[in-house]
Unconditional design. Structure first.
Length: 221
């Protein structure tokens, strides 16, 4: 081996040794600077797991409801605002009900008149008509009884020769007329109103009741 080769090997060994020493120093320095990794330990416990997901969404009602007035009118006052919490049965809007109240008053008057007509049909007329007809019937009965007694008296006189045949005939005609007048009044009392008239009165009463119900519904709504 020549002196040049020996010198080259010596320098090579020194370079390798120097590099190894430098690497060791760097490794040692890096290990000495890193802190220890902290470890946290706790005791296991039973609890409720809550899972919450935050996201965007749209709130919609289960049932849609559109409020409509039963009659055409104007809004008098709004009692709530958009977004307010309301309870069942709470008044939300106040409408102008002047026309509805007027209709209810007219309908009530019609019902009272229809009730009076129905009562008159059932009783054979109103109170004044019933009293008048009763008075006429009483008078007709009296006239019939008087005519019959007069006829009986004349027949008794005829048997005694004190009454002429013409008188008997006139008395019999008076009895017939009195009975006819009485029967006419009794028939009038029995059938004061015909079936078409009764049906008309009942229909008017039903219509009046329906109008009053509708007017009250508007006021309640």
């Amino acid at each position: 081996m020549t002196n040049a080769n020996a010198s080259f090997l010596t320098r090579h060994r020194w370079m390798v040794a120097t590099a190894a020493i430098a690497a060791a120093v760097v490794l040692f320095a890096s290990l000495s600077r890193d802190p220890a990794v902290p470890v946290r330990a706790v005791t296991a416990q039973r609890s409720t797991i809550r899972s919450v997901v935050s996201t965007n969404g749209k709130v919609e009602p289960l049932q849609n409801f559109e409020a409509h007035t039963p009659i055409g009118t104007t809004v008098k006052k709004i009692l709530v605002r958009e977004g307010d919490h309301v309870r069942k049965g709470q008044l939300l809007v106040q409408l102008d009900d002047a026309e509805a109240r007027s209709q209810a008053a007219r309908a009530k008057a019609q019902v009272l008149a229809a009730d009076a007509d129905v009562s008159a049909v059932e009783k054979g007329g109103n109170r004044e008509e019933v009293l008048t007809l009763d008075s006429q019937i009483t008078k007709a009965r009296t006239s019939t009884d008087t005519a019959q007694r007069n006829l009986d008296a004349l027949r008794s006189l005829q048997q005694q020769g004190a009454a002429a045949p013409g008188e008997i005939t006139n008395a019999e005609d008076q009895v017939k007329r009195a009975n006819a007048d009485l029967n006419l009044l009794l028939e009038k009392q029995k059938n004061r109103y015909s079936q078409p008239e009764v049906a008309r009165v009942e229909a008017q009463n039903s219509q009046a009741q329906a109008a009053l119900t509708a007017a009250k519904t508007c006021l309640i709504s």
